[in-house]
Write a protein that binds this ligand. Structure first.
Ligand code: AMP
Ligand code: MG
Length: 398
């Protein structure tokens, strides 16, 4: 049986980054940048005021209180009509260009207006309340590298640089198939021996969260022809993702159906809990995953193997989640030789984090996944005592 690291290495060695496309910047949210972005403008383009007040020459304020003649007004969106000379001040608003001659701004709060003169209570130094030209960015400064995730701040920056479109990697299209005679589709009342189809929906959501575009292939019956037919429906996808039917029972036909469809299988069974039966192969160069059927096993194996593969395909520089070290707040037991990825809640302790099992770790207990803040990585045959450190893969951002 492979270790998780061996299996992941095998998978990542066979996935390639997808081609790029140019999209409107708002369509780029959450995607990976595929080109370097370099500043083509000075930001801000001219020195401007960071306060409502008066543009002055700092030397005129040295002996405050001082009285200066108000010679004009400059508002945001207008250029100053004249320069500011010695003994003069110009009314200025936040974001308005600093008039030539002036080198500082006195905030309105520190002034008083008397007969067309402004009386300054305090002196200011050169550059006070002035945002210099190029303070944020100079022309030629590299701002973003390929592989960067485009979040709200990055999208704002692209707009600041006047870019309405940007080159990003294509999102992987992931065809999601559920298999099993016992599954009832959402919207149908489950029959006497049926259970609701869960995995299509949790996996669909995980694909979206990982930056992919899911396609629903529905439910295949436990028959070769049914599985093969639906696999064909997914023929245009970049990735095929099925769940269940990969174990050792007579009705576990996914591997045979994949091979029958022409896939080459590269691994089966990984030493982990939950999980273990998972198959990975390539079908005409495209990755195919056969995840286990139990809802938690499907989600955890997606998290460990499919998510990094999708992120690699989607062009992200960082494809793995961060990890943190928490203190066990209660004993954490991982019986059996397989490495555990156990569902834990995280809570803040004095300096760091504490972790506690969410309860029953059965691979069909989906509510314990709902409660989980992360997965604690625990070696096989281990009981972690209270207070001992445990490595946790956080699944939520705190
Ligand atoms: P299998 O690997 O086909 O033996 O499935 C393992 C367990 O997962 C069985 O109890 C199945 O009923 C359950 N299961 C498989 N697919 C789904 C699904 N799409 N939604 C919910 N449970 C499932
Ligand atoms: Mg089954």
């Amino acid at each position: 049986m492979l270790t998780v690291e061996e299996a992941l290495q095998e998978i990542l060695s066979r996935v390639r980054t997808l081609p790029t496309e140019r999209v409107a910047i708002l369509s780029a949210l959450g995607r990976a940048l595929a080109e370097p972005v370099v500043a083509t403008r000075e930001i801000p383009p001219w020195p401007n005021s960071s306060m409502d007040g008066y543009a002055v020459r700092a030397t005129d304020t040295a002996k405050a209180p001082a009285s200066l003649a108000v010679v004009g007004v400059v508002t945001a969106g207008a250029m100053p009509a004249r320069t500011v000379g010695a003994g003069e001040a110009m009314r200025i608003f936040t974001g308005a260009p600093l008039p030539d001659g002036a080198d500082a701004v006195i905030p309105q709060e520190d002034t008083e207006l008397v007969d067309g003169h402004v009386v300054l209570r305090k002196s200011v130094g050169r550059g006070a309340y002035v945002r210099p030209r190029g303070e944020d960015l100079h022309v030629g400064t590299p701002v973003l590298e390929p592989g960067a995730t485009l979040g709200a701040a990055e999208i704002g920056l692209l707009a600041t640089l006047g870019l309405s479109q940007v080159l990003v990697y294509r999102r992987p299209r992931v065809a999601v198939l559920s298999t099993g005679n016992e599954l009832a589709e959402l919207g149908q009342e489950p029959g006497p021996a049926q259970i609701p189809n869960t995995n299509t929906y949790s996996l669909f959501a995980q694909v979206l969260e990982a930056g992919g575009e899911p396609i629903n292939l529905g439910i295949a019956a436990d028959r070769m022809d049914s599985i093969e037919e639906r696999l064909r429906w997914g023929g245009n996808a970049d990735v095929l993702l099925s769940s269940a039917g990969v174990s050792v029972g007579e009705l576990d036909l996914v591997k045979a159906a994949l091979t029958g469809a022409g896939a080459e299988l590269h691994l089966w069974q990984v030493s982990m809990r939950p999980g273990k039966p998972i198959t990975f192969g390539t079908l005409r160069g495209r990755p195919v995953f056969g995840l286990p059927g139990n809802p938690v096993s499907a989600m955890v194996t997606f998290e460990l193997f499919v998510r990094p593969a999708l992120r690699r395909m989607a062009g992200f520089r960082g494809i793995h989640r961060g990890r943190l070290v928490a203190q066990a707040l209660a004993p954490i037991d991982n019986p059996g030789f397989r490495r555990g990825y156990l569902r834990v809640t995280l809570e803040r302790t004095g300096a760091g984090w504490g972790a506690r099992l969410t309860g029953d770790q059965g691979s069909a207990i989906l509510t314990s996944m709902v409660r989980a803040d992360g997965l604690a990585v625990i070696a096989g045959d281990t009981v972690v005592p209270v207070g001992a450190p445990v490595e946790v893969i956080p699944l939520r951002v705190f």
